[in-house]
Design a binder for this molecule. Sequence first.
Ligand code: PGA
Length: 253
Amino acid sequence: MSRITPLVAGNWKMNGMREQAAEIGKLAESLEKDPVDGVDVMICPPATLVMPFAELMKDNRIEIGGQDCHPLVSGAHTGDISAEMLADSGATAIIVGHSERRADHGETDALISEKAQATWRAGLVAIICVGETNGQRSYGLTLDVVRRQLKNAVPDGATAQNTIIAYEPVWAIGTGLTPTVEDVKKVHDDIRSVLVERFGSENGGGMRLLYGGSVKASNAAELMSVENVDGALVGGASLKADDFLGIINSYKS
Ligand code: PGA
């Protein structure tokens, strides 16, 4: 068995009102009644819900994360949120470089690297996303793209404790499509070897590598059993406690 504790993280994206606290409450209650050992669980709600969710979950094992941050601590940046503010609200991690941020806001690997460093500066864990588009995949560029993103978006100083990598093929996000387990294995093995080479066996070998893109209860067990897949980053199927539990339960022994 892998010495890495897997993580199942839910990315709620721009979904969720205060009343959705009922879903996270239900999730926490179910996990308390019927615990799934050996797996960490996190929900990354929109920024408006980070504080209430963190307060609700403070005596609980579900961690709360942010979905993005500004590289700076504070200043004249209307509409932005700093890593320190998310930490102050109770977040323990921040997703940076999600493909929707890259596409909607033109985020570059260099900016993502700054955001990852901001996350560390605030004492939080950076969940750094990488992944190829459908076009890049069809040209056989998947490994090249992912290696380039790892090189440029993951800052020096990444450790097994402060960084999690999420491989999310852009074409698999929200589409119901997933790569074959062979393809997932190929990419995750490659990411692992790149990380070990750059950060050493302790840090590069111990960093969690999540798979994301259309993970659901029905495919989670298969995807999560792939070597070097240390959990999932889940979008749509994290919004309902029952669906998300189905994914977490794939770690039941
Ligand atoms: P999805 O999204 O599970 O809805 O495909 C995953 C993600 O974007 O993190």
